[in-house]
Design a protein around this ligand. Sequence first.
Ligand code: AGP
Length: 608
Amino acid sequence: MCGIVGYIGGQQAAPVLLDGLAKLEYRGYDSTGMAVYDGREIRMVKATGRLKVLDALTKGGSTLSGTAGIGHTRWATHGSPTDTNAHPHFNGSASIAVVHNGIIENYQKLKKKLENRGYQFVSETDTEVVAHLLDRYYTGSPLEAIAKVMHRMEGSYALGIMFRDHPDEIYAVRKDSPLIVGKSSQGNLIASDVPAILKYTRSVYFMENEEIAKLSRDSITFYNIDEEELVKEPSEISWDISAAEKGGYDYFMMKAIYEQPKAVADTMSPRIRDSRIVLDELGMSDEEIAQISKIYIVACGSAYHAGVTGKYVLEGMARIPVEVDLASEFRYRNPILDTQTLVIVISQSGETADSLAALREAKTRGSRVLGIVNVVGSSIAREADHVLYTWAGPEISVATTKAYSTQLVALYLLAMKFSSVRGTISEAEFTSMLEALQQLPRQVEFLLGSQERIQKFANRYLAADHIFFIGRGLDYAISLEGSLKLKEISYIHSEAYAAGELKHGTISLIEEGTLVVAVLTQEELYPKMLSNIQEVRTRGAFVMAVANANHADLEKNADYVIYLPEINPYFTNSLAVIPLQLFAYYVALGRGLDVDKPRNLAKSVTVE
Ligand code: AGP
């Protein structure tokens, strides 16, 4: 995934582009670049490394003069991170400049054809093909050339384009990769995501697939692929700017961890009215809910882990069979779906290519698709039949925390709605669950108070090579998430294991001093978990236990215990995740790593 910005207006463009790119670095940060029209030529500067390299090269943008430009921050897909592969890319005569987010899937074929026509390439990227293709079809009309190129490209693209002959315009094109257009008093902008332009405007157009935008200094015009003008209405963004800034925290991740009580409350409160759960956005009548024969939950990474929690909760409460699948597996295994199957696609960004592809696969097989998505207007949100938005607000750090927690809440609400419609839980059980659910924000807040204690404990494991997470049932689901959090930001190898499965092989890896994090919140499984803790301790493991507060005896059986406030057993993942997030954060911090931008990762993986 990459980040794109563009600006045309009365101000110098380069500083505006740098400012926008700084808000998009979470989308990819292995190389950056800008192109600005200086009155005669399109001047370009690009470099491997983080945005600060480009900032220094251009002295904060001052060496690139001009009031129209495009910029890019890259997460390499085709071609390693080098200056040459960095965006923007030129055609041969440097009269066309392009920045791109996505993958042109038929780029080799197009490149071959262009080479046969004498075009010469300098980079390994698919994006450079777009620049030369535009050159091939450009006869004076940018719109016509763009439309012709769109007809020939396959794959996903969000493009920012400049034409030297049209210095008072920049162009934006969108297919499957997000792209927005902003209208402001200082000029008009394009960007991959809202935080990049929030400083200049709250009036934003979300581009749809196969739309083209032409931006001049004082106008914005939209067209479809047939070059017909379109009328679009802008959306008003309600986020405040601080929501997209660090707000005094060292890292966006810690800010998001501390925003969880609010994110959880914001996601549930609007949907609880007069002690009922109201999910109008589901678009499903009670009859349709009663007819659901099976649910598939499909997602990637942490969203998949939320789906595993969803399985236990939906099956336990609503007694509907639930299958959870990795999106990248689901779409290639010829899934058995029908019109009675509800497919739930969970995605924070709403742009994950595997999850989007799985959504399309489900729709072609006639199933209703519900999106659980955090980014309004994202591809998955717009292509799902219905969307249950998680109101976590913008999540900037690559490792998800608050968005994941709101995904759990969305699944709880769904399970309670379905179970009350299908009559699988009593009125009394429903009321008790609702009360427990509404306690969640306060209990999460309470657990955040254990930050210092967890930091001290985490500092003992900065040099660990392997850390294991074990649990049963819902505690296995949260172990998956705890393990991924640790891996992705601390780079320590970790595995999550169903505790009952450990003895079937993996226990051979447990040795003196190995840290095992045992989650035991499911009371009916508590005795079994105690046995599993004994199994690993007798083999030398050091055990950190996460359990309900009523088990003071646990300190005889574990070396370090985090107690959780009492809550309905279905909702314990929302509490257990807090110490696991804090643990991962402090291990990464103690190892001196960039918590928000872990190596090799990007916030949303828009490539398969
Ligand atoms: C989670 O911390 C990771 N950054 C990653 O696993 C992420 O959850 C996954 O890529 C799915 O992203 P999505 O929710 O935006 O679809």
